[in-house]
Design a protein around this ligand. Sequence first.
Ligand code: C2O
Ligand code: CU
Length: 479
Amino acid sequence: SRRAFLRAGAALGAMAAIAPSRTGRAHTPEPFVPTRTLTLTSGETELHLLGPDKPATRVYAYDGQPLRLLRMPRGTRLEATYVNGLDEGSSLHFHGIRMPNEYDGVPPLTQPLVGPGERFVHRLPLDDPGTYFFHPHCDETGQSGRGLVGTLIVEDERDPPFDLDEVLCLKDWRLDDDGSFLELTEPSGASKAGTFGQTRRVNGVPQLELTAPAGGDVRLRILNVDASRVMGIGVEGAKAWLIAVDGHALDPILLDDLPDGIWRMGPAQRIDVHLRMPTDGAPVRVGDYAAADIYYFASLAASGTPKAHPGEGPLALPRAELPFPDLDSAEFHSFTLQQATDQAVKQLGLPPDDPLSKALVASFCVGATTYWSIGQVSWATGNRLGLPPPLAVMNEGRSYRIQIKNETRFSHPMHLHGHAFAVLSSSKGRLPQHFADTVLVQPNEAVEIGFVAAQGDWVFHCHILEHMETGMMGWFRVI
Ligand code: C2O
Ligand code: CU
């Protein structure tokens, strides 16, 4: 059960291919008989984000529990009733879960908006184990920005035994000194890398201090549920492996073998990391190394007498059982991510230094709400009722290869609903082949993904919340 870890170089080049699977069906066809029912009610509650002695913040939460955590076994048939306890329209979306389209929670595409006091019933087959999350799918900047996010762990009884299994939910908050929220979006952020929170927190606190047996095996489930920030996760003081991405197991990769020794992840992306506690009492730290100013969000202290025979290699999770596209017959599509301004300038055919191009850029960056496009189509939140045509019409059960080209100056975590896609390649050669529901596409990078299409209308968008709300969103129709 312990696989030898991959060596540097080999790790990224000859990354083990994903095993093809027998079926292209993305959801269970059998009648739905719930094995677990629950209600999730959105509302407001108080949370001491600035510290115990500082003023509390009125955050949004499910069931009054900030960053609500749900754990349930693989195979659960979950009937989740969303009750909107807010004074504004909302909806509930289970991110990364493969499900029938009607329960996807995306107004106006798959259901109407859930009004204040109204409810919506979701029926979800939880067949894919892993680390997921859930959030509203309307006014994400305002509602998720105020904290309306929860974690869903689908447990797998076949997993190797870990001595500690921890959820680390990373989110920055945009707070004033009195604990109230600052503006959650500003044009200067929405049209660039995003509007950042300055109070960095994990599970709502500055840092987690964990204890694990010396020589023991720790599983960290790290979620980036921030609105804007791209993080670079790394570990100091212990051997650590990436064992799952967006919930899905992959052949373990030693973090040190990754470029810069970190895994870059944008909003909505998750990883599971296995780290082995040292036996010499050395301190272990887990941090976001993306910025010069490192944010250490967890520290681990070893406890007890060191294990007599600590393991050497990683504890691999059972291989993800997901449909893999047939690459030979797959239909190819390419979509370019653009700053809507650049796109408009290109369409005019003027050089970028032409005064008219400059005026156009200026006008877009001030009052407009459309800054971004996918395949030259912008779909901004304010215009959700004006649904654009689908980016592509696909056939259920057929394989697709999608190239995502980033011509902007910023990274975009691109998310496709209703599928676990295979990340096939990066033009920068920086990504191992793996399954995911969200993939980070860096400036001047082209990333190719592949999947077997599941029936329904599925949105495809950047998960930097302001980007999706200012145009970087489209949808696929699968018939
Ligand atoms: Cu996390 Cu369209 O969603
Ligand atoms: Cu983006």
